[in-house]
Structures are given as C-alpha cells and as structure tokens.
Ligand binder design. Structure first.
Ligand SMILES: *Cc1c(COP(=O)(O)O)cnc(C)c1O
Length: 466
C-alpha cells in the first residue's frame, strides 16, 4: 500500500488565495512605475549595499507571498536600473509598452507551455498570427517563418545552424546525421564590426569562431565592399542591420543579391535594426534586406516589448524545422502550428503573446513611428552634443550615437562620472582603437527633455574633468 501522504506545508500553500497578493503586487508595481522617472538611473550605493539582505541560506520553512513581495519591493525595486524610465541609454535595451506589460500580467497566470498545439492551442494560434504580422510589417517574402526564442544570441545560433545545414545539403552532405567531421569545408564571411554573439554562434555550431574571413570595416563600421573575397556555394555570409556601436547597416542592397547569385547563404543580424524595415523612411538602409535567407531580431530592444523576446526569421521553413527537429514517442504533432519545431527549446515561456500584444498595441503605424522617433531623438542627442563642443563620431543612421573626449582617460572618466551621477546611463566601447561613450536611444519613453537633461549632465561632468 502506498502512503496517501499529504504534506502540511503544501496544504497550507494550496489553501492560500492569491487575491490579496496580486493586489499587493499591483500596488507595488504601480508605485514603481510612478517613481521610475525620478529614480537615479543607476542605483545609489546605499541601495546596492542593502542588497546584502538577500545573502541568507534557503530557510527550511516556506515564506508567504506577501512577505516575498515586501522584500522584493523594499530592497529590489530601489536596486533596479531604471531602464523603463526615459534616460537609460546603455547597451540597446528599450522599455516596456503598456499593452505588453498589461497582457503579460494576465498571461503569466496562464503559464502556458507553447511547445505543441496540444499543450497550448492559444500559444499556437498567437505564434502563427504574430509570424504573419512580422512578415507583413517587415515586407519579407511570404514563405518566411518565425521561431520565438530568448534573444538574438539564440536566434543567430538557429539561423547559422540552418544556413550551415542548408549549404551542406546543397553540397550533397547530410550534416544533421553525419556531423561535421567529414563535411565539405564552408567559408564563413563576417564583417569586422560583427557582434560578438555571431562569433559565439559560430563556435557553438562547430564552424569555429576563428575559422572566418573577417572583412575590414569602413569609417561607420560597415563591411568594405572592395574587400569581399570570392563568394560561392560554400559561403555562409553574415551581415548586419544595425552595428551595435554606430547603428550602421551593411550595404545590403549591393551585397545580398551578389551573394545569393553565387549560391551563398546570407544571415542578417538585425537585433535592434531590423524594425527599420517597417518604415520606408529607412529604405536606403534596408533595401535588399528581404533577399537574405534568415534574420535575427529582438522584440525587447527597439520594439519595446518585455524580455525576453527574440525572433529567428527564415525563408527556408523545411530546413529550419529539419535543423531544430526532435522527436519522442510522447510527442504529439498536429495539423496546427507546433511551436517547438521552429526553435531549439521545447518547453519555454509563451513569449510570442507579449510580442503579439506589443504589435497590436502599436499597430503598423505605431511601429513605424516608434523607429522613426528613436532615430530623430538620437539625431537630436547628437546635435545637442555637437553644439556643446562634443565630437560626434558616427553618422546617426539609426538610433546609436558615439562621442568621446580628447583622450581615452578623459573619456573613461566621463563615462563613470555620468554613470555615477544618476541623471542618465550610458556605456562605453572601443571604436577604431579608442575609448568612446556609446548612447542608444531605444525607449519609447525618452523625451526631448530627457535628452536635454542628459546633455546638461554631459556638459557638467566634462567641465569637472577638464
Ligand atoms: C543585442 C544584440 C545581440 C544579442 O542579442 P540578445 O537579445 O542580447 O541575445 C546581437 N547582435 C546585436 C547587433 C545586438 O545589438
């Protein structure tokens, strides 16, 4: 006889009604949202030191949700980076739009596993619809399909895996079954300005991060066309729509048709830049983009959807599915979309719902306006800096701005002074061998006043250094 055991601890948890906890969570969230614009953009030392409250061993006894929420709000909220405010310009982050935050609250309570239709018909439906919306919004070829992954890092791994398998199959080699040991050698071509996640993807998928032809970059970080080597049907070419520092786009219109004609596979890393394709005003940057084989992009950057919302888009559905395929006697595939066929993960969160709500909350026009506004605001930021004697190092093609002071030492000092003052937050990078301040205007919340306030702080901190 088995023991019909009932744990008193779990009985207590089951008896608990969430109602009050959700109200408290809501109140705390509202307090946070109301305060975020006035918070120091990076937490003050006092808040950081208070994080030691979390340094405790896991207790034997359960803690009530209310107490957990209290602790998180009291010590966690002040130690957050105010990324959802208007003056966070670090990395490329974006904020969170009302439609997506609100729908995320509801759908978090569903806790759906979107792997298969039978596990979540709603997640299957929403992924199908979101895929079609994205293809339409970006003016991509009709046959393009989408997988919803954690971010561009994963999207690039999937895109390059598909590309590798696609090329090898065309060369008569089945890499999925036979592995790479006896495979024909592929020629990987990437730009000097490629994001480091491209190198990571290449090493993960067995092509090697060091076994690549790196094309020198021009003054904006774009691939130099003159330096392109012979391209053929062994070539995996990785281009960029949005250089992580300068925002520059490779000359897609020229390079992609040329590469496709020679039988190459072209993947475009468009982590934050791809949404430029929604707006004709960027057509000089995005023309030809639609001719590539696959694209990686994030919803959680310029689209301002919540984390984590990465997307792999690919025009070779069969090869993508073949590359991500897994099976088991318990797997039930259906006539409807089975989401796991398009991603490396099986179980995951139903993140496409957040993306769907973000897109629906913006509409096509909202997306177009969002990317255009980010560009206008970045251009304004650059102009204001230039007017006040800062050197702007890039053409503001999209939403990124770079500046520096005369020396690396002064530039680094400026970055840390800005970070500490808490008015805004900017990061640093190396550009053409020199230290630079990098500014990414990625949040719909950023106003021109936010930029004025930030530029004032640039001036104030520079004067203190010089
Ligand atoms: C952010 C970024 C990535 C990595 O994306 P994650 O979503 O952080 O994984 C890749 N490429 C570029 C150009 C990026 O800006």
């Amino acid at each position: 006889m088995s023991e019909k055991y009932v744990s008193p601890v779990l009985e207590e948890i089951r008896r608990h009604t969430l109602k009050e906890d959700l109200i408290i969570a809501h109140d705390y969230a509202q307090q946070y949202i109301d305060a975020v614009d006035d918070m120091p953009v990076f937490p003050k030392n006092e808040s950081l030191n208070a994080l030691s409250i979390f340094d405790v061993p896991l207790a034997d006894e359960p803690v009530a949700p209310k107490e957990i929420l209290d602790e998180l709000h009291r010590y966690g909220s002040p130690a957050t980076v105010a990324q959802t405010g208007g003056r966070y310009f670090g990395f490329v982050c974006g904020g969170i739009l009302p439609s997506s935050l609100a729908s995320k609250w509801l759908t978090d309570s569903w806790d759906q596993n979107p792997a298969m239709y039978v596990m979540s018909p709603i997640a299957s439906k929403i992924e199908s619809v979101t895929e079609r919306w994205l293809v339409d919004l970006l003016n991509f070829p009709e046959e393009t399909v989408a997988g919803f992954v954690s971010g561009s890092s994963t999207a690039t791994i999937i895109g390059l895996t598909t590309g590798r398998n696609y090329l090898l199959k065309n060369l008569g080699y089945d890499s999925m079954t036979n592995g790479l040991n006896a495979a024909p050698t592929l020629k990987v071509i990437i730009g000097e300005g490629a994001h480091s996640t491209v190198y990571k993807a290449l090493s993960i998928i067995g092509l090697g991060s060091g076994n690549v032809t790196i094309i020198p970059a021009d003054e904006q970080g774009r691939m130099c066309l003159e330096a392109l080597p012979e391209i053929d049907d062994h070539t995996l070419l990785v281009l960029q729509a949005g250089h992580v520092n300068s925002g520059a786009f490779d000359e897609l219109e020229t390079i992609i048709p040329l590469a496709k004609e020679k039988g190459a596979y072209v993947h475009v890393d468009g982590a934050f830049g791809l949404f430029a394709a929604s707006n004709d005003k960027f057509s000089s940057l995005t023309k030809g983009l639609e001719l590539a084989d696959s694209w990686s992009v994030d919803g959680h950057k310029t689209l301002n959807s919540p984390y984590d919302c990465g997307i792999i888009l690919c025009r070779h559905e069969e090869m993508l599915i073949h590359s991500m395929h897994m099976t088991g006697s318990y797997i039930i595939l259906s006539e409807n979309r089975d989401n796991m066929l398009y991603t490396a993960e099986m179980s995951r969160r139903a993140r496409a719902i957040d993306l769907w709500a973000t897109l629906k909350g913006l509409g096509k026009n909202g997306v177009r306006e969002l990317v255009w506004e980010l560009h206008c605001k970045a251009s304004y930021f650059a102009e204001q800096l230039a007017q006040h004697g800062f050197e702007v190092l890039n053409d503001v093609a999209f939403n990124q701005v770079m500046t520096r002071l005369e020396t690396d030492e002064k530039t680094d000092a400026l970055i840390s002074a800005l970070q500490q003052s808490g008015v805004c937050w900017v990061g640093g990078a190396k550009w053409k061998g020199q230290a630079v301040v990098r500014i990414s205007v990625s949040s719909y919340k950023t106003t021109y006043e936010d930029i004025d306030l930030s530029v004032e702080d640039f001036i104030r901190q520079r004067d203190l250094i010089e």
